[in-house]
Design a protein around this ligand. Structure first.
Ligand code: G6P
Length: 372
């Protein structure tokens, strides 16, 4: 009903706008004096967290992309190998699992059948299971050894938005907690990263405040038949999520690629007028990926692509080659996905609305897939 939408024209619009709050509430009570405290993990025990040799993330859809983002942060901070698996692929091979494996499931609903079955299977094989979930008392948390809830509030629109940023937030908190328990980050580094996370809600407000330009672009592009998305490092899963949102909401063919993979195939798709979103890494990043992505932009531009760059404020290097630039506030490189995803969500939502589609209930999709 209109009342439930709180004055917004759709649940999706409301939930996109609620993202600063989703992040903030997920951090609430878990940041104490520059350290992460996760009371829900007390019973699980720090000894068991020290005893883990590797992490396997299982999830479907948007939740799996939150896992892909978190892989970079958890490996960097806690120095533990992380693999990310689609739940439905995971359990139909013979995954190597033992008591030193931690399976982290991610599910907004906590009811996705494939993810539930993956968790059950992993525990039968002796692995430990922690669930990242947005729904209190759902089945997946009940079938896990511990749960870290995201506090995004109820998500009604079928395509996930605020749950995604809350999932990354919870996984980052978990990663910092692991790093402290395992002694891989010192107090200063823990505090610095936590402060970066705590600064995200305000920066999200700023990104949302700049949505008009993206909305305009989406309306101009309402007849587009195909859109490509490129990203690198943590920007790669964001490219995948941008493409998924456009498929789900606007029924437009879209694909996300790792920018470095361009020359191994996808560049063959570039023809004059092809729109390509590029999530540009920060020029301040220690790995110096920025010039590599800028040169990818030049390569596709030379072949006629229409480039829409998502780039941080002050990044002037993209200007000569991009047809459009969407700005995001400065953040440490690992935290950029939380900001860069928003213009892509808004683009998909606005384009769907320009086509007169129901953004809350896209055709053929269900909010929670409780069958295999
Ligand atoms: C469905 C929804 C997606 C969601 C996926 C996983 O396909 O349409 O938006 O990402 O399920 O859902 P979960 O509840 O497990 O996060």
């Amino acid at each position: 009903s209109a009342a439930e939408k709180g004055g917004w024209s759709s649940f999706m619009r409301k939930e996109v706008a609620e993202q600063p709050e989703a992040v903030q509430k997920t951090i609430l009570g878990r940041a104490v004096d520059g350290k992460v405290v996760i009371p829900e993990l007390e019973a699980f025990g720090d000894d068991r967290l020290r005893d883990i040799h590797r992490i396997t993330v299982v999830a479907c859809g948007t939740a799996s992309y939150a896992g892909l983002v978190a892989k970079y942060a958890i490996e960097q901070w806690a120095r533990i190998p992380v693999e990310v698996e689609l739940s439905h692929e995971f359990r139909y091979r013979e995954p190597v699992l033992d008591e030193h494996t931690l399976v982290v499931s991610i599910s907004q609903s906590g009811e996705t059948m494939d993810t539930l079955m993956a968790v059950k299977y992993a525990r039968e094989q002796g692995a430990k299971a922690i669930s990242i979930c947005n729904t209190q008392g759902a089945t997946i948390p009940r079938e896990s050894d511990a749960v870290v809830y995201t506090h995004a509030g109820p998500e009604v629109a079928v395509a996930s938005t605020k749950a995604f940023v809350a999932q990354i937030t919870a996984l980052y908190l978990f990663g910092l907690h692991l790093a402290r328990v395992r002694g891989t980050l010192d107090d200063a580094a823990l505090a610095e990263n936590l402060a970066e996370l705590q600064a995200i809600p305000e920066k999200l407000e700023a990104v949302l405040g700049e949505s008009d330009g993206v909305a305009q672009l989406a309306h101009w592009m309402a007849d587009t038949r195909s859109v490509l998305f490129l990203g690198r490092h943590v920007g790669y899963p964001i490219a995948l999520e941008g493409a998924l949102k456009l498929k789900e909401l606007a029924y437009i063919h879209a694909e996300g690629f790792a920018a470095g993979e361009l020359k191994h195939g996808p560049i063959a798709l570039i023809e004059p007028g092809q729109p390509v979103f590029v999530v540009v890494p920060s020029p301040r990043g220690s790995q110096n990926l920025h010039p590599k992505v800028v040169s990818n932009i030049q390569e596709i531009r030379a072949r006629g692509a229409r480039v829409i760059a998502i780039a941080e404020e002050g990044d002037a290097a993209v200007l000569p080659f991009a047809d459009e630039v969407v700005r995001i506030p400065l953040a440490a490189p690992l935290f950029e996905p939380l900001l860069a995803v928003v213009p892509l969500q808004v683009f998909a939502m606005e384009l769907a609305e320009a086509k007169g589609l129901d953004v809350d209930q896209p055709r053929n999709l269900a909010k929670s897939v409780t069958v295999e």
